[in-house]
Design a protein around this ligand. Structure first.
Ligand SMILES: Nc1ncnc2c1ncn2[C@@H]1O[C@H](COP(=O)(O)OP(=O)(O)OP(=O)(O)O)[C@@H](O)[C@H]1O
Ligand SMILES: Nc1nc2c(c(=O)[nH]1)N=C(CO)CN2
Length: 313
């Protein structure tokens, strides 16, 4: 577990929690401390609020719970706050203390408080496949630089592990305006403890960071990240969804050489669900791979091209 912490102490709000009728009627002050354990390395490097837990939002959430539905026990109030905070997948552990300084204790006292500690639920990692594409420069950098930077962003995305990237491929544009530039494509395979929805959200976050705006369908873009598959179709554990907001497997992946060729490059044994069938990506790549060209590595690696192997970083 990370040694990094965000501590928020002494948040005050009035609530109506308590066992006694007068507590429910009159209300009283509650004081809350929250300590969140999470890795702050990324925020420390990027100086970007999106890379951490916003303590303002944290405090607002605490006050909303204190002022919200009344509970009998401060144990319950502390637990509800801790569950709220733990829902953010970056949070490794949360410690919530609820003080009730004016509690009806019956004798003079200084403070009464309860503390609950909750740690992240550890989900079993799921194999996932992400397709990357770019065909516009960003800040004067060529598309291949953006794709490499997006791979690096995936490597440091919390909840993703064993991030392994294919070689880069140049590909003729498929669909969209006739005159758009050639694409640079790659595929990343990884293991995810994020849900499919959370992973898509993380992909959208990376697209946004690299200047992606959504305008022309299949039009040119600085960066496009698609979630191609979530889970293992060979084991029947893949997520299948027709939801337009997240369709799985990606509905066009089976026909896209610019996805299949890099995917077979990084994982020659990969399989893809297409309807009821589970198909070898290598075969699909063979049938759709026209117009896809492996880019020469930036630095000459010698006679054996190691990009055939994919490279885990
Ligand atoms: N598997 C998926 N991966 C990524 N986005 C998806 C997926 N399924 C549905 N979507 C939705 O599709 C919407 C449009 O995505 P995007 O802008 O990347 O499409 P596109 O790149 O123009 O076309 P294509 O989906 O054919 O690659 C997104 O807002 C997203 O919610
Ligand atoms: N060659 C190529 N063509 C495309 C690509 C892409 O990544 N590569 N992406 C598209 C929409 O996602 C539309 N067309």
């Amino acid at each position: 577990m990370s040694a990094d912490r965000i501590s928020l102490r002494g948040v005050r709000a009035t609530g109506y929690h308590g066992v006694f009728e007068h507590e429910r009627r009159d209300g009283q002050e509650f004081v809350i401390d929250v300590e969140v354990t999470l890795d702050l390395g990324r925020a420390g490097a990027t100086d970007d609020l999106h890379d951490t837990v916003d303590y303002g939002a944290l405090a607002a959430g605490v006050v909303a719970r204190v002022e919200g539905e009344p509970f009998d026990l401060i144990e319950r109030l502390a637990t509800v706050i801790a569950e709220d905070v733990r829902r953010d997948r970056r949070v490794e552990e949360v410690r919530v203390t609820v003080h009730k300084p004016h509690a009806p204790v019956g004798v003079p006292f200084g403070d009464v408080a309860v503390t609950v500690v909750r740690t992240r639920e550890t989900a079993a990692p799921v194999p996932v496949v992400v397709a990357l594409g770019a065909n516009l420069p960003r800040d004067g950098e060529a598309p291949e630089v953006t794709v490499e930077a997006a791979v690096a962003a995936l490597e440091t995305t919390p909840g993703l592990a064993h991030v392994t990237a294919s070689a880069l491929f140049d590909s003729d544009p498929v669909g969209g305006p006739a005159d758009q530039p050639v694409y640079v494509n790659a595929v990343v395979v990884a293991r995810s403890t994020l849900s499919a929805q959370d992973l898509l959200e993380a992909l959208h976050g990376i697209e946004a960071r690299f200047g992606r705006s959504r305008d022309v369908r299949w039009g040119p873009r600085t960066l496009d990240l698609d979630l191609v598959q979530y889970g293992d179709p060979a084991a029947g554990t893949d997520v299948v969804s027709a939801d337009p907001a997240l369709t799985l497997p990606h509905p066009r992946a089976h026909a896209r050489g610019f996805v299949l060729v890099p995917w077979a490059d990084v994982d020659p044994a990969a399989v893809l669900r297409h309807g009821d069938r589970v198909l070898a990506v290598r075969d699909l790549a063979g049938a759709t791979g026209h117009g896809i060209r492996r880019r020469a590595p930036a630095t000459a690696p010698g006679p054996d091209d190691p990009s055939d192997e994919g490279h885990e970083r």
